[in-house]
Design a protein around this ligand. Structure first.
Ligand SMILES: C[S@@+](CC[C@H](N)C(=O)[O-])C[C@H]1O[C@@H](n2cnc3c(N)ncnc32)[C@H](O)[C@@H]1O
Length: 246
């Protein structure tokens, strides 16, 4: 008789938590996001109510989970990544709390570090980046992303939901003082078999990504840590048995 706000992880179904999977396996209803893997939804009991939130506005999702909670069902609200990182989990927790419904939150693996990590890019690295700034390309800022502030923030910048605004964001960062040669990457479908990365610099990343026609979901990462990923990969390759040292 609880609504569980569960993080499904970034895409690879193996990246859900043990607790999250257990809750899915014994739920009576599951309400799931578009980005969530079908394999996880299939883990729900055969007689569980399955509801995709595709096409539903957030207000309708809020009403739905309250309604299912009031019916006394054990509900999993399965959300992409972590519920509390650009996941509107806070809003869902608030409506459940206001309606007096018992609920809990089960953390998930956010795309934030796991998606760059899938390409060996650490979002922090000693001596390279000791600070990470997360921003949504479609945030409450609307068209007014605080590009001046973002350009001045040291370390790594991770832009969620920014694929449609790559050009504007990259150009704006340069205009406000970020070096045009700063490494940048766009990573699409990270952790999934069809994951893809395009790397470049702030100057050319939008054009490079456009030629690859990368699909959503995608993360835009800016900072010197991208070069660390390339370096780790080159060391790994050169240390493979049978690869002659150069
Ligand atoms: C609504 S936000 C949800 C973020 C989620 N709560 C989290 O913690 O990762 C969706 C955005 O997350 C990013 N994202 C999520 N999964 C991704 C993946 N597998 N590869 C690349 N980006 C991803 C994209 O920027 C996408 O537009």
């Amino acid at each position: 008789m609880t609504v569980h706000l569960v993080g499904a992880g970034p895409g690879d179904p193996g990246l859900i938590t043990v607790r999250g999977l257990e809750l899915i396996r014994r739920c009576e209803a599951i309400v799931y996001d578009d980005l969530v893997s079908d394999e996880l939804v299939d883990e729900a009991p055969a007689d569980a109510l399955r509801i995709s939130r595709r096409g539903m506005k957030q207000a309708a999702v809020n009403d739905l989970i309250v309604e299912l909670g009031l019916q006394g069902l054990d509900v999993v609200r399965l959300k992409g990544g972590d519920p509390f990182v650009f996941g509107r989990g806070g809003e869902e927790a608030l409506v459940l709390a206001a309606a007096g419904i018992e609920f809990d939150v089960v953390a998930g693996v956010s795309a934030m570090a796991s998606v760059p990590g899938s390409f060996l890019i650490p979002i922090t690295h000693r001596g390279v980046s000791a600070q990470v700034t997360l921003v949504s390309g479609q945030s409450a800022f609307g068209d007014d992303l605080p590009l001046e502030t973002l350009a001045k923030a040291p370390g790594t910048l991770v832009v969620f939901m920014g694929l449609g605004r790559l050009d504007a964001v990259a150009a704006g960062l340069i205009t406000h003082g970020r070096d045009a040669s700063t490494p940048a990457a766009v990573i699409s479908n990270g952790t999934l078999p069809n994951e893809k990365i395009v790397t470049g610099t702030l100057r050319d990343i939008a054009a490079r990504a456009a030629t690859e026609d990368l699909p959503s979901p995608a993360l835009f990462v800016v900072g010197d840590v991208i070069a660390v990923g390339d370096y780790v990969e080159s060391v790994r390759v050169s240390n493979r048995p049978g690869v002659a040292a150069s």
